[in-house]
Ligand binder design. Structure first.
Ligand code: LLP
Length: 417
């Protein structure tokens, strides 16, 4: 459920016509709906409700704009981060360090220092060498690092292979059958304190079974740890709940929590959840303008001013995003590839798509682009990154300006030789 809708055949974000934003900020741009973000976060948070002691740590990688982080932070969200840069952003908007968890297989020494200095809630540690480094860094700072081990439950998440993470052959986490031994070994590390267990099996998962299977394994581990007198206070269940891009029917947050909660009932842990996509995915769209309608022998192409550098998901994962015309009156339909200006054949937003016939100069909306849209965008082909706009009821604000040509080069220099 979101707040993008047609009024008199014209696409609106909440109470603002998309066309109006386009006339002020130009195209392409990302637009997000405040009320959708609010609704999604609240639905997720209240699914855990009073029943389960919990903390929702928004996965910053899904959308790291400060205005979005600020909005979620004010609703009570913490942050799931994977880099020093994400920590910087989360702290910048006032998310409390004690609500920040830090995952990732390649944390650097400097990033560890920064996170320890900031006093984050816990490191989700992915390997023994990482633990050793963390122990050393914390020791040098006279601190104790709170950690959870990210365990790899060897569960298939039934999603795109690039975004499944809970299988043994992936780089993520510590194999679950070794976890007990590793936890015991950690007790010898003077500057590391065990506080939790973490699991994250992948993204855009639309069934509950993989979550239940993996959480059952982790719950068993937590019980075994208790028998060994190793106390686990936090069970971090990761993110991964999928959304509807086309016709997927993922469980609602409430159904999701109901389904998984039997696995952690009675464990007496605080549940940490790290949703990203389910909060922001359907709260955003990428708006672009049709530059040319190109009819070739084989196919029709709508050449638009947004490319794979702006929204990488279709090119990278063959991801489906719905494409809507911003003006929708009675039109005949056409079948076309919707492509960008980038010099690669893999530069497309959609392929072989049937949609209402649109003409050069018209606007189209690529929907469900709020998660992993802007945050994965780049300057490829020396294209300035696009602005982001937040709509709240009848108002809108630019929350990130369009980059300029000078922005493209301001960190570069030519050596004098
Ligand atoms: N926690 C951890 C440790 C993660 O690695 C991720 C996502 C999340 C939470 C949030 O997952 P979500 O709730 O958003 O599914 N670029 C890909 C998705 C990559 C996900 C990476 N990890 C895409 O566009 O589909």
């Amino acid at each position: 459920m979101n707040y993008f809708h047609y009024i008199n055949d014209e696409l609106y974000a909440e109470e603002v016509p998309i066309r109006k934003i386009a006339s002020q900020v130009g195209t392409p741009f990302y637009v997000y709906s405040y009320q959708t973000l609010q609704r999604h976060f609240t639905a997720f948070d209240s699914a855990f409700g009073e029943k389960f002691d919990h903390l929702i740590c928004f996965a910053v990688k899904a959308n790291s704009n400060l205005a979005i982080l600020n909005l979620l932070g004010r609703l009570g969200a913490g942050a799931d981060i994977v880099s020093g840069g994400e920590l910087f952003r989360a702290l910048k908007v006032g998310i409390l360090p004690e609500k920040i968890v830090y995952a990732g297989v390649g944390k650097t020494c400097r990033e560890m220092e920064y996170a320890l200095q900031s006093g984050i809630l816990m490191f989700n540690v992915e390997s023994w060498p990482e633990l050793e480094l963390l122990n050393r860094v914390a020791g040098e700072m006279n601190k104790k690092a709170s950690i959870a081990l990210r365990v790899n439950p060897d569960i298939s998440a039934d999603t795109h292979p690039y975004i499944t993470t809970g299988l043994r052959q992936e780089k993520f986490g510590i194999d679950i059958h070794r976890a007990l031994e590793e936890y015991k070994r950690i007790q010898s590390l003077e500057h590391v304190k065990i506080v939790g267990a973490h699991v994250h099996i992948g993204s855009q998962i639309t069934k509950v079974t993989p979550f239940i299977d993996s959480l059952q394994k982790v719950a068993t581990l937590i019980q075994k740890l208790r028998e060994e007198k190793i106390q686990i206070n936090y069970l971090d269940i990761g993110g991964g709940l999928g959304i509807t891009y086309r016709n997927e029917e993922p469980p609602s947050p409430k159904e999701f929590v109901e389904a998984i909660s039997s696995t952690f009932k009675g464990l007496e842990v605080t549940i940490i959840s790290e949703p990203g996509r389910v909060i922001v995915g359907n709260a955003g769209a990428l708006i672009s303008k049709v530059l040319y309608v190109k009819r070739k022998d084989e196919k029709n192409f709508l050449i638009v001013d947004a490319g794979m550098n702006d929204l990488m998901r279709p090119s990278l994962y063959k991801a489906y995003h719905e494409i809507l015309p911003v003006r929708q009156e009675n039109r005949s339909t056409m079948v076309a590839d919707i492509v960008g200006p980038i010099c690669e054949s893999g530069d497309f937003l959609a392929r072989g798509r049937e949609l209402p016939e649109v003409f050069s100069g018209e606007l189209i909306a690529t929907m469900s682009a709020g998660a992993y849209g802007f945050s994965m965008s780049s300057n490829y082909n020396s294209r300035p990154r696009v602005p982001e706009v937040l709509v709240k009821k009848d108002q809108f604000r630019v929350i990130r300006q369009r980059e300029t040509y000078d922005d493209l080069i301001h960190t570069e220099m030519v050596p004098d030789w």
